[in-house]
Design a protein around this ligand. Structure first.
Ligand code: PLP
Length: 396
């Protein structure tokens, strides 16, 4: 089989032109793009107010800060047990307690489980759409309204998808988007962009002040080079980026993105605008690839694609391997046959909670390539390799 690498972004000539323009004009950090991006997103997400930052989790931080000031006596935040670790870290860094709720096959919380977890201490619910698969937001929003609990519609991974006629990200009190790798809109590696959406006009000023007070973006050329070398050009550059990174670290010039909150850069806002101008095509391509996997998997009943639904956008294709599979063994075997894979998140179960489904699924989920332009025969070849890797690595 020809090499099948993972893709972290779907970039065309428009994105590279946007980078070239910024570099040639000498404007990387400051420039007009953030204001233009804000305007574009405000049109798209109206009536939600739009605020820009450099990370999606900083949007959560700002929203939780506002909620805490409203209801200081409440200290718990409901979060799914299968989630990006930065969400957990942000809740804890705000001095709040995480309450984990198990997920269903689609890797999202069910409204019934959210309802069961609501209590007198609940300040907020954070409801993500895992890998772009939509949570049942209308029902979760109604539950939160009834319980007088704040809701964050975490659309970090999905842009431009509607549920019940409303864009994901606009349910509840606040929402967010991230532009980091493997999302719908990708502007680079970590820290390349985040959006806070605020649905209560009375909070707009607080959110505005929090974002306006952020320091300007800085040091973004290193992360861009890192992204281009290791995540876009990795098909050609192989592991060289790892050794280069170590050499740079020794010289005190590590390209690793910092975690601190800043404004979004002119460069990355320009990339977001280029990606938004292709949004329909980006979404359709991922729908096509998910459909191609669904079709190819008909021949391999051991491999499940639990998040699939006809016509559904998925930012990543995550397959569920059978119980008793040695996940790392499958990955090794696949790699030896030219197939790159990745794992999902580890389940996070807060003390005192149980999340058997998230824990079981996290150990068996395998991310497979969903690169733009993949053909049906690429996808069939990938499924065939996985089938062989599974037979040689089944523990039971
Ligand atoms: C569901 C979800 N929420 C929030 C975040 C945080 O986004 P960022 O990495 O931009 O802080 C992520 C990142 O992967 C995510 O997947």
């Amino acid at each position: 089989m020809k090499r099948q690498p993972i893709a972290f972004a779907d970039w065309s000539g428009r994105e590279y032109t946007a980078i070239a323009r910024c570099l040639l004009s000498g404007r990387v950090h400051q420039g007009p793009h953030p204001a233009l991006l804000r305007e574009r997103l405000a049109q798209m997400y109206a009536p939600s107010a739009v605020h820009l930052t450099n990370y999606g989790h900083h949007a959560i931080d700002i929203a939780l800060g506002i909620f805490k000031r409203q209801r200081p006596e409440r200290v718990e935040v409901i979060v799914p047990a299968y989630i990006c670790p930065s969400v957990i870290q942000t809740v804890e860094a705000c001095g709040l307690r995480v309450r984990s709720v198990d997920v269903q096959d689609d890797l999202n919380m069910s409204p019934a489980d959210v309802k069961a977890a609501l209590g007198a201490d609940t300040l907020a619910v954070i409801a993500p759409h895992m890998y772009g698969c939509p949570s049942r937001m209308g029902e979760i929003e109604a539950l939160c309204d009834l319980a007088n609990v704040f809701l964050i519609d975490d659309a970090a991974q999905v842009v431009g998808v509607r549920q019940d006629g409303r864009l994901l990200g606009t349910f509840g009190d606040a929402g967010l988007i991230s532009f980091a790798q493997s999302k719908t809109i990708v502007t680079g590696i970590r820290g390349s962009g985040g959006v806070l959406l605020v649905n209560r006009p009375t909070w707009a000023e607080q959110a505005n002040q929090a974002c306006a007070a952020l320091p300007p973006a800085s040091g973004r050329l290193g992360p861009l080079a890192d992204f281009l070398w290791n995540h876009v050009g990795h098909v050609h550059t192989g592991h060289s980026g790892y050794y280069l990174g170590r050499a740079l670290a020794v010289l005190g010039r590590s390209p690793v993105a910092h975690q601190r909150a800043t404004q979004i850069s002119h460069l990355e806002a320009g990339l977001a605008l280029a990606q938004l101008s292709r949004l329909d095509a980006l979404l359709l391509e991922k729908v096509r690839i998910a459909q191609a996997y669904h079709q190819a998997l008909q021949a391999y009943p051991l491999l499940r694609f639990p998040q699939f639904a006809p016509g559904r956008f998925l930012a990543r294709v995550m397959l569920l391997l059978p119980e008793g599979t040695d996940l790392e063994g499958v990955r090794r075997e696949a790699r030896s046959r030219g197939l790159e894979t990745r794992t999902g998140y580890a389940a996070h179960v807060a003390p005192g909670a149980e999340a058997p489904k998230a824990q079981a699924m996290a150990k068996r989920l395998l991310g497979v390539p969903c690169r733009p332009g993949m053909s049906q025969s690429d996808v069939e070849g990938i499924c065939a390799v996985l089938d062989v890797a599974l037979t040689t690595n089944s523990r039971s």
